[in-house]
Every structure is written in C-alpha cells, then in structure tokens.
Design a protein around this ligand. Sequence first.
Ligand code: SF4
Length: 486
Amino acid sequence: MEKCHPATDGGAIKMTSAPRQDGPKESCGVFGIFVPGTDVSRLAYLSLFALQHRGQESAGIASSNGEAIVLKKDLGLVAQVFDEWSLAALKGDLAIGHTRYSTMGSTRWENAQPTLRRLDSAQFALAHNGNLTNTAVLAAELGTQLASTDTDLMAEAIAEAYTAAGGEGGIALAVAASVPRFGGAFSLVIMDQERIIGVRDRHGFRPLCLGRLDHGWVLASETAALDVIGAEFVREVEPGEMVVIDRAGVKSSRPLGKADPRLCVLEFVYFSRPDSVLNGTNVHLARRRMGEVLAAEAPVDADVVVPVPESGVPAAQGYAVASGIPYSDGMVKNRYVGRTFIQPDQVDRDRAIRMKLNPMPSVLAGRSVVLVDDSIIRGTTTRQLVDLVRASGATEVHLRISSPPYRWPCYYGMDTPDRAHLLAAARSVAEIQDSLEVDSLGYLSLDGLLEATGAGSGGMCSACFSGDYPTSVPIDADKLLLERSE
Ligand code: SF4
C-alpha cells in the first residue's frame, strides 16, 4: 500500500484493477465533507464504501486541518486502499474522496483521484465524476505536457486561473472562472485548506447532492453515501450550480449560465444504488416500475420470471407483479468473482460465466422462462446466459430488457465500446433476437423508461438510446488521448 502523500501527487503502481465485465461500466463516485471541529476522514471512508459500486479501480481521500492538504490514494477497492494507519494520518475537519472507474486515462496510480495541486501560495484537491467532451481543445489551450486525464486538465485550468488572478479571490474564484471552459459532463468536488466546493455542469449529467451532518455539510454523488454516515439529505446541487462550503455556511452561485437539466437516465437503469434517491425518485422503485411497464409493452405467456442477478432483479419483480407470472431466482451470482486471481479469460467460456452466474436447473428445467436483465451492451454475456438457461432445461427463453436498445456510445462518463461493438448499433430487434437465439425479445420503450423514472418527456439524457446528444461530442473519442501524446 502507498503511504499518505503530504507533498506530492506522484507514485508507483501497486495493485491491479478489478476485472471488467460485459455490461454498462460505472462512472465514478465523489464525496466531500466539512464538519467544523470534527475529524472527518473516517466518515469519508464510510461514505466511499457506499460509493464503491461507481468505481472499483482506485480510491482516495484528501483531508485538511486548515493548514495543509494530505492525500492518500491507491489502486484497488476502498477496503484495500485504507487502513487504520492511513486514516489516522488524514487529519482535519474537511475532506474529499473519490472512487474511480476510468473513462479517460489508464488505470495507474497517477490517474487515481483526488488530484492534488500545490501552487506557490495555495493548494487544492479535486475529484471528478463525468467526462469532458472538449479534452483535445482544452489540452491545446493549456499547452500542458503533464496531464494524462481530463481531470488533470481541469486542475491545470484552475491553477492557471488562480495564478492569472494573482491569487485574488482564492481557489473558489479560480474554479468559477475555469468551469465555463469545460465541455461535457462534470460533477466536481474540490477542496482547499479551508473549504469544499461542489460544481455540476449545466446539464447535470452526473448526480451530486448536498446533505447536513450536525453543524456541517456533506456533498455526495448519491444519497446512499449520506445515509451511511447519518447525514440528512438537503437538496441536489442543481445543474450549472456551484456551492462553496466554509465556516460561514453554504454559498451558491451560477458560473455556468442557463441550466438545461439532462441527468443520465442510466443512473436509474444501472449506475446508482437502489437505495439512492434521484430527482425525488427512489431508484429501486423506478426499476420495479420499469419492469411493470415492460410487462405491459412486451407481454408473453410463460411459466416463470427469472432475473439476471443482480442487475435484473427489481425489473423482474415488477414484470412478475404486472404480468401475474410467478417470480423465482433461477441463477446465483458469485459476488466475490472480482476478487479472484483467476481471470475469466484463463478458463473456458462456460466455466468463466459459471464463475459469475450459476443457473439452477431445479427452477428452470421444463419451464418456459422470462429472463429479465437491465441492458445489453455487447451481448457476449447475454448470449452465454441464454445458452446456460437452455442447458439447464428451459423449454423456452423469452428475453426482456428493462431499457431500450443501446445503440450509441456515451461521451459523458460511461465507458462504452465503439459503435461497432454495440450489439444493437446496426441491428433491428428481430435481428438481435436471432443473434441471441431466444424465443422472443422485448425491450422497454424510451417513453416507458422515462415514465418509470418519473421524468416524463424531458430533463434526462438518453443519448445512448436515441443518438440525441445534448452537447456536441468528439468525432473520434479516445480514452488514452492524452497519454498517447505524452
Ligand atoms: S449517453 Fe447514455 S449513459 Fe451517457 S449520459 Fe446519456 S443516458 Fe447516460
């Protein structure tokens, strides 16, 4: 494990990342806390546990005692990165934290967050969830050779603005001056020695909420991270809003102009924890409603509804209730497969999928099965699952997906393959059905999905289903763009 780094943001790679799976890839989790007079690093640690699902490549916490920022970050899960010793070294009553899934830059220690900058007369740390769409332009404008991620570029821009202002107005003013240069998706939590700052891009692609803990304040990607430390949800940081939290309280401003809310609809389908609340809607209940609407839109005669665990469970429950077809768990998921040193590509295809999901013939044999999952990205795992369900004796497999066909890449913080590798990119639903060799296939409509989230017809990004991007997007997005030019 790395030791804390009070003076530098450099270091060596110590651990390998968790293996990737065939499904939507999480974005990142961000967190900030300021409770005057209380050591907060343990609270930050607990909240990062609640944000672990958003990124498993690396984790980090930066804290301040009012004089200097101390940083501890490393590759690995939250429980692997921190121990009693490192948390004890993270002193102070304000801190920010991060869990990472990379959408820009490789999985290496330097790219773990928070990112720390020390200037002549200031220091700040930054944690980012999202993905910039103008990385190449920003890199050219800043002329930096040091950045390997869009997060580094944002830190560079803030440092440049601070220096240009001669330190006048501090880091908060530098942040306000810099964020209009950032295109695309960013929910940021930033700190200097005396304050934490939260900013959301004007579309609010990625969530960020504000909570109250005793006489202090908390910022978090999801409300579940507030719950775990007993903080009370106050409100969401609004799209385009910046909040500065110091001993005087919370100050709100709008450095990004008019808001055009477009929260990522995949937050409801997949990314967010079921116990989180987004836009006033509980995520688990929204997923159940997706299943209910799906049952109305794509009904079928069958014996049993079986989820692909765990992603398909709430939608399968909703589908079963609305259709009247009994629900049953027909597969068991091994939650620890991400921790094994035997990687799936080291064993044969059938054993690899069984390492993750094992079907139960006692539930499936001789039955016509409605198999429910939340999405299909490449289709590789889905095809294997269908084979396994059949091999377990199912007489028919009717696949139901609680989101629309995933046809377009995301540029806003979800790691998606090229269009060429998206199963639905150039196929009709009938062609996908043939390709997966299922007896029938039904997707939830986009209107049905938006209805289930409570969003109705507006206020959400659904570009990966519709191709209707809320911003201009790069023609040739390259996750390693900055590292290739190093
Ligand atoms: S393109 Fe899709 S995954 Fe990306 S922000 Fe929009 S809805 Fe979310």
